[in-house]
Ligand binder design. Structure first.
Ligand code: FE2
Length: 377
């Protein structure tokens, strides 16, 4: 693929995106990895498949690798107050630190990114054990967030060196959730910074723009935002939001105030059967944003041609939207952190390639009700 806003002759090498193979893992830096991992297991149905910590030769941190379908969350906490993980938690609360991507050649990816202007955080390093070797390299992106390039074709082990399946917390009892993969991971950036970060993904990583929503599309009576979705042309889809002016504070600004800088706002996870998934999540105690009954009165008329289990969708609070390619079903959790920062989206796509633009207004009004309850609107 090619970048849309640059002259390809400027660069000697292939774009980093042309070497991307998909999501590897998303790493959360949290105050207490054991409890946060337990929460994702009991509430969201993840299974802990690997652990690394002092007992396995990693002195400064504890990491739990959680898996469901193709989704991998690495939940990491610090052992000492002077750890960068502890500083990150003090500044941002629990949050997403690393959006790691599997690549065919981590060193080439890193070199291409730096040549195009990326800030390098970790030059390519080889890590190995009896199961083979991986190459890891890391660049900075928005805020304190980073992208690690993971080259793992020569590694047959569990996850990475020092990870073991010996010390895993048991799987909590609960209905199957059925999440299958990451659909998209959304960034919130400061007002006026959207174009800069879209440019970063285009020029430095070789992404393309998928779609742009202006503040007319995404506004309510009180607040507004703008959003541009960039992607690598395949699996890595990154919507980027910035706040826009409204009568009151944008929900994006509330995020920025509490996270302290740009960062990951929500992670959308795909299911093939959202009714079963959301019923399971609700049974496990997950709380979702609620939409008013009027939303269903409206959507049943607006999308009357769709043959859907409307009563079940309304009971579970699932939203529906349609584009030229098909329809999608989606729902948003309340924040999964104490600070009003990170939340999850559950999405089922039946052809539709969009992001639920038809739901934005109903959704954002629901978010604003919560924002108002926190006294931040
Ligand atoms: Fe989303």
């Amino acid at each position: 693929m090619t970048a849309t806003t640059t002259n390809p002759t400027t660069y000697r090498t292939a774009t980093p995106a042309s070497m991307f193979l998909g999501w590897d893992y998303l790493e959360l830096w949290v105050g207490n990895a054991r409890t946060y991992a337990g929460f994702l297991m009991s509430a969201f149905g993840f299974e802990c498949v690997a652990y690394a910590g002092p007992e396995t030769g990693v002195a400064d941190r504890a990491s739990y690798l959680l898996e469901q379908g193709a989704i991998r969350f690495l939940v990491t906490g610090a052992m000492h107050p002077d750890s960068p993980i502890a500083s990150h938690v003090r500044a941002h609360g629990d949050g997403v630190h690393d959006l790691a991507i599997t690549v065919s050649d981590a060193a080439a990816c890193y070199e291409a990114a730096l040549e195009r202007g990326a800030v390098g955080l970790r030059p390519p390093v080889v890590v190995d054990d009896d199961s083979g070797k991986l190459v890891l390299a890391t660049i900075a992106t928005y805020g304190d967030t980073q992208h690690t390039f993971v080259e793992r074709h020569a590694y047959s082990g569990l996850f990475m060196p020092h990870f073991t399946a010996d010390r895993l917390p048991p799987r909590p009892v609960g209905p199957e959730v059925g999440l299958v993969k990451i659909d998209h991971a959304v960034a919130n950036v400061e007002k006026g910074a959207l174009d800069q970060w879209v440019g970063f993904y285009e020029r430095i990583l070789g992404f393309d723009q998928l779609v742009h929503f202006d503040d007319e599309t995404i506004s309510t009576e009180y607040s507004a935002l703008m959003s541009t979705v960039v992607w690598d042309g395949s699996k890595v889809v990154l919507p980027i939001n910035e706040p826009a002016d409204g009568k009151k504070k944008s929900q994006i600004q509330e995020y920025l105030d509490f996270y302290g800088c740009p960062g990951v706002q929500h992670i959308a996870q795909r299911t093939e059967d959202i009714v079963t998934t959301v019923a399971a999540l609700r049974a496990r105690g997950v709380r979702f944003l609620t939409v008013p009954p009027a939303y269903y009165d409206d959507v049943k008329v607006r999308l009357a041609e769709l043959d859907l289990p409307w009563d079940k969708l309304q009971d579970l609070g699932i939203l529906i939207d349609k584009d030229q390619d098909g329809y999608l079903l989606q729902i948003f959790t309340e924040n999964v952190t104490d600070r009003p920062t990170v939340f999850f989206e559950i999405i089922q796509r039946e052809g539709a390639k969009g992001f639920g633009a038809g739901n934005f207004k109903a959704l954002f009004e629901a978010i604003e009700r919560e924002q108002d309850r926190r006294g931040n609107l």
